[in-house]
Design a protein around this ligand. Structure first.
Ligand SMILES: [Zn+2]
Length: 251
């Protein structure tokens, strides 16, 4: 069964949450999902959903586009829950030009993840190199790291692999112009990649016009299997094992 290593069900992104929760609970090909917080409020919401639904785990953190009026120290209290498997998503996003502020939040949250022995989920919008620079200059994740929805970039991939960090494939690999993502899929070692939907965003082909759901994870697994000339079952099994190795609190 598959693990959707990165998706969002919260009141910022969806109105009819219960419908999406039910869809996952009733889907026999999904073993677990990681419901990723975007700020303190949605991180709290994710934990509440995980407590009530056994397939759900939570990642808590402050996304670079949601840093306004957030108290990072709340993460310590929230992390004290069996359902919290990671800190994230955290990172840099070059669609806003408040990089200095974004950097502070990123550094502080990596420090917290290291203190709590948790892996981090990194959001990088065209910022792979700057994030790697922060790892080298200030603080490196010590308990694992995944670049979610990895923006294809062979040079950064080399750095991540060297450090034992993971990358995660989302819907982009199913798009027509995904040549670079194919190259990444063929280069990444088999013990260092995950799959995710990032739902409700980036719907895969052939559902690009619809709201994305975790149940679309199979399209991403199939595409990777096709590109790597492996079976669907192998990619599903490998990515599930990888997710459990990275997110150690998944049972
Ligand atoms: Zn996300």
């Amino acid at each position: 069964m598959a693990i959707d290593s990165h998706m969002h069900i919260n009141n910022i992104v969806l109105e009819n949450e219960q419908e999406y929760i039910k869809d996952i609970n009733e889907n026999h090909s999904i073993e677990n999902v990681i419901n990723v917080g975007l700020n303190i409020e949605t991180s709290e919401e994710s934990i509440l959903i995980s407590r009530e639904n056994s397939k759900f785990y939570s990642s808590i953190g402050i996304h670079p586009l949601y840093i306004e009026s957030q108290d990072i120290d709340n993460l310590y209290k929230l992390a004290d829950d069996d359902n919290v498997v990671a800190i994230g998503e955290i990172g840099l996003d070059n669609s806003k030009n408040n990089f200095d502020e974004q950097k502070k939040y990123l550094i502080k949250q990596i420090i917290i993840a290291n203190e709590l022995h948790l892996p981090v989920i990194i959001h990088s919008n065209n910022s792979n190199k700057l994030i790697i620079e922060i790892f080298e200059k200030y603080v490196k994740p010590k308990y694992g790291c995944v670049f979610h929805c990895f923006p294809p970039d062979i040079e950064s991939l080399r750095y991540l692999v060297k450090n034992g960090y993971y990358i995660s494939f989302a819907g982009r690999i199913t798009y027509k112009n995904a040549r670079k993502s194919f190259e990444i899929a063929n280069t990444v070692p088999s013990d260092l990649f995950l799959v995710e939907t990032d739902s409700p965003y980036i719907s895969p082909e052939p559902h690009r016009d619809e709201v994305n759901k975790s149940s679309n994870i199979g399209y991403i697994i199939s595409k990777i299997a096709e590109v790597k000339k492996m079976s669907y079952e192998d990619i599903e099994q490998i990515t599930t094992e990888n997710a459990k190795r990275l997110f150690k609190k998944i049972k």
